[in-house]
Design a protein around this ligand. Structure first.
Ligand SMILES: Cc1ncc(COP(=O)(O)O)c(C=O)c1O
Length: 390
């Protein structure tokens, strides 16, 4: 593994000149090589027309599938381009034929929109939600999760890294349990993709969703879905169109056999090209090296915050990511975020309405979320702590 050339990376990240960006879990700073291909394609569309521009960039679009296949350790046919992580996850979830009494096992840190879909499915199809308990470290208890499995368990749905705190869920261990009982395993890897290496074969998931704009540093309005080959033809997406299916006779249609059955025909082509470039960029830097640095910077920031008067951090679990959450006595999270922003330091606020089961149980109504990436520096952490305590 080679070391990351931070100087070069920062030189080709325009945003580093303007802001201290600790909002990578919101939307990261695009590197110039990514922004350039997006702008080039938009310019081409402007000059010659959208369909004609696409014709000239077919290879780059094909590269999206091969690059993600390399990135996730899967086959190109297992990759679909979707407009964001929520829709990617939805396309997977709503294609599962739930029946009354079917059970879904999840954790206390499941992403808000996923949990809303479970709640809707309880009304629509009579499914039951089983929330696995935590272990002493605060992450999901593997034993507790396994004990919840019954003949009715139809799905295990896990969020790898939650949106509202630093925890990293033990997804490979959960994969072993899901595979042992032959239960469908859906992984929300929206916050982990780009900061943690993702190997779908090692994890053992059947379906995985991710977004472009966060730790992958791609354009906004882009996402990806992985669907394991062996299950693709067992799932019919909730919406279909002329891309996902062929109308081959007056009253007959046939679904595509690959993961593209989850795609739309119309898409943000410049965004897809940009996301393909972002994946290549991450591969060039090295995903293991990225994770080492993100984890170290996250730990450093957490440690520094814990040394400050009146500040408490709120990340729990045995493994922690680059997402760092904290609060300060007598100052609201919103006020801290705005104050940092006036000094051109970007963070975000996570609220209990995004994490009822986790933040609700811990009596946290809101926390500041500072999320670091590999292009951030120790000097930026110094500056962050300085402004925070001023
Ligand atoms: C864990 C998790 N899953 C899913 C999403 C949704 O991603 P998108 O906004 O791309 O739909 C987010 C966004 O913050 C997230 O943090």
């Amino acid at each position: 593994m080679h070391a990351i050339d931070i100087g070069r990376i920062r030189a080709e990240t325009k945003g580093c000149k303007y802001v201290v960006h600790f909002n990578n879990a919101g939307s990261s700073l695009m590197p110039d090589p990514v922004a350039d291909v997006v702008l080039e394609h938009l310019e081409l569309e402007r000059k010659i027309g959208g369909y004609e521009a696409l014709e000239q960039n077919v290879e780059r679009l094909d590269g999206f599938y091969t690059s993600f296949a390399k990135f996730f350790n899967c086959e190109s046919a297992e990759i679909a381009y979707v407009e964001n992580a929520t829709r990617a996850w939805d396309m997977a979830f709503y294609s599962i034929p739930f029946r009354p009494g079917d059970r879904i096992i999840t954790t206390k840190t499941e992403y808000v929109s996923n949990y809303l879909s479970f709640l809707q499915m309880t009304k629509r199809s009579g499914v039951v939600i089983d929330v696995a308990p935590n272990d002493d470290s605060g992450q999901v208890s593997l034993q507790g999760l396994e004990e919840m499995i019954s003949d009715q368990t139809k799905l295990i749905s896990i969020t790898h890294v939650p949106t509202h705190q630093g925890l990293v869920n033990p997804v490979e261990e959960i994969g072993r349990i899901a595979n042992k009982y032959k239960i469908l395993y859906l992984l929300d890897a929206c916050q982990s993709t780009g900061q943690i290496p993702i190997d779908v074969r090692k994890i053992g998931c059947d379906l995985l969703s991710a977004t472009g704009r966060k730790f992958l540093r791609g354009p906004r309005g882009t996402g990806v879905l992985y669907v394991k080959n062996s299950i693709t033809e067992t799932l019919e997406p909730p919406f279909i169109d002329l891309k996902s299916a062929t109308w081959y006779e007056k009253n007959k249609y046939k679904m595509r056999p690959d993961a593209k059955r989850f795609e739309n025909w119309e898409r943000y082509v410049a965004g897809q090209i940009g996301l393909a470039r972002a994946v290549e960029y991450a591969l060039e830097i090295g995903v293991e090296a990225i994770w080492l640095r993100v984890r170290a910077l996250g730990a450093q920031l957490r440690q520094r915050l814990n040394q400050l008067d009146k500040i408490s951090t709120h990340d729990i679990g045995s493994e922690l990511s680059g997402i760092v959450t904290f609060s300060k006595e007598n100052e609201s999270a919103e006020s801290i975020m705005k104050r940092l922003s006036r000094s051109r330091i970007n963070t975000d606020v996570a609220r209990v309405t995004s994490a009822q089961l986790d933040m609700g149980e811990r009596n946290l109504s809101e926390v500041v979320r500072a999320s670091v990436h590999y292009f951030n520096t120790e000097t930026e952490i110094d500056r962050f702590c300085e402004v925070l305590t001023s």
